[in-house]
Design a protein around this ligand. Structure first.
Ligand SMILES: [Fe+2]
Length: 238
């Protein structure tokens, strides 16, 4: 007896079950996590306006680099850009009301850390509410929670959510970005780099974040400390 070959689409046939629906669903899900370019421009405009009050010549430049690093991380790591890109723009917004001054002294900046997260959370909600219904209440709560907690791992051991982890890494890369000129005094630059090596660097977890850190950190040491200190550069290396 000749065995009948199943037709396409039948059980046992050659068409695999609904691959197009799965891929359509995936691309729809991805689309839902996209941040509209116009909204991003508006957020950037808002923070630029607000940071005019900042006297340090650091916070705005640093923030823009954090956004740059966040985008780099998201090219390789899974994450919701509707949450993470606004969080990168807004994470340090609280400094505008903390009187942190010109950021010459690390201790002064660190004495304002809790305050800047608390104020940042309030400003974050105010700014995001300006975009009508573009962000849901749940999204605003998630972004503001990131702003409220983004530096906590510097002070105590906490379990970081995936989103906090990605913000931590982008913020840390933006904190030692070799293209930025640090505002700390000479002695405090070294003090900050020791702190970075001890506290911030070991908390990198993603493959992409670790790779980017390894790539830029040696250049930062050279740019910030000068090349005539090979011993110090060696000690501070990761
Ligand atoms: Fe920051």
């Amino acid at each position: 007896m000749v065995e009948r070959t199943p037709d396409k689409g039948e059980v046992g046939g050659s068409i695999p079950p609904t691959p197009t629906l799965t891929s359509k669903f995936r691309s729809m899900k991805k689309q839902l996590k996209k941040l509209d370019a116009k909204i991003e421009n508006l957020i950037r405009g808002e923070i630029k306006k607000l940071f005019k009050k900042d006297k340090s010549e650091w916070t705005l430049q640093h923030t823009l680099r954090v956004v740059y690093w966040m985008k780099k991380i998201l090219e390789k790591e899974k994450g919701n850009e509707r949450i993470l890109i606004p969080a990168a723009y807004l994470h340090d917004i609280g400094y505008i009301e903390t009187n942190v001054g010109k950021r010459k002294k690390m201790d002064k900046v660190y004495s304002r850390k809790f305050e800047h997260m608390k104020i940042g959370e309030k400003l974050c909600e105010k700014i995001l509410s300006k975009f009508g219904t573009y962000f849901t209440k749940e999204e605003i709560a998630r972004i503001c929670k990131l702003v409220k907690t983004h530096d906590l791992p510097e002070f105590k051991k906490i379990k970081m959510s995936r989103e906090l982890q990605l913000l931590w890494e982008a913020d840390s890369l933006g904190a030692i970005d070799p293209t930025l000129k640090p505002t700390f005094s000479k002695g405090d630059i070294k003090k900050y780099l020791i702190h970075f090596k001890k506290i911030r660097a070991p908390l990198f977890k993603t493959k992409t974040g670790k790779r980017l850190l390894k790539k830029i950190y040696p250049q930062t040491l050279k740019n910030w400390l000068g090349t005539n200190q090979p011993k110090v550069i060696h000690e501070l290396g990761l």
